[in-house]
Design a protein around this ligand. Structure first.
Ligand SMILES: Cc1cc2nc3c(=O)[nH]c(=O)nc-3n(C[C@H](O)[C@H](O)[C@H](O)COP(=O)(O)O)c2cc1C
Length: 206
């Protein structure tokens, strides 16, 4: 121990990021739905971190449309129902011990599908924010620890349309931060944000 710190080797570095359910299109036109938490946005460009051994990565390599459904904290149990499932058949060996194939992720999760306006995969009804997006490029990621998980890609997606439940909209064009709250994945546990706002940045318009 030095200065109150220790060096550790956690298996994963999930520091607490929002969860997204990625809708992507299977070869038969149906929609696959998969939870991820490795994602961020800059402007209307977003990066999705996807393990190679996912149906989502396969689908985006073949058919670029997707929806980044961002669930609210009250949907964590539906998200967790998707956690042990994959749209990949057969299940990749690296996942075989813990995962099973499921072709109908909507039925399995209890979420209902609804048509998206500009992209082909369906979005999840009841999820309050769902940007319809198109993948423009897949960037290969590297690293020894990532390779132990089977490798991964960052899918660069361009957001085309942002669907937001009316109750979260402030004025014409803002999402109300007092009402909006993402589901947070914090080291494999689900959390919500604390209700108390700490302050706002100098560029906040509302
Ligand atoms: C809350 C949560 C967050 C996850 N985050 C990611 C992630 O960021 N990237 C990823 O590839 N898999 C992530 N996973 C694992 C995938 O959901 C899992 O591999 C799933 O089988 C993928 O489904 P698919 O094969 O049908 O695409 C996460 C799982 C959960 C439950």
């Amino acid at each position: 121990m030095a200065n109150g710190f220790r060096t550790i080797e956690p298996k994963i570095l999930y520091f607490g990021t929002p969860v997204a359910l990625i809708s992507s299109q299977n070869e038969d036109g149906s929609t696959n739905l998969a939870p991820i938490s490795s994602f961020w946005a800059l402007g209307w460009t977003a990066m999705l971190g996807l393990l190679d051994e996912t149906k989502t990565a396969d689908n985006l390599a073949q058919r670029p449309d997707c929806v980044v459904n961002i669930p609210s904290p009250d949907l964590w149990q539906q998200v967790e129902k998707l956690a042990p499932l994959t749209g990949k058949n057969p299940v990749p060996e690296i996942k075989a011990r813990q995962f099973r194939f499921e072709p109908n992720k909507f039925d399995a999760s209890g979420l209902s599908p609804m048509a998206s306006e500009v992209v082909k995969p369906e979005r999840a009804k009841g999820v309050p924010c769902a940007p319809g997006s198109a993948s423009v490029r897949l960037h290969m990621l590297s690293g020894e620890k990532l390779n132990q998980l089977g490798g991964g890609v960052a899918a660069e997606v361009e957001v085309l349309r942002v669907h937001v439940a009316s109750e979260f909209i402030l004025g014409d064009n803002h999402i109300d931060p007092q009402k909006w709250s993402p589901l947070i994945y914090n080291f494999r546990h689900y959390f919500r944000l604390a209700d108390k706002e700490l302050g706002k940045t100098f560029r906040a318009e509302r």
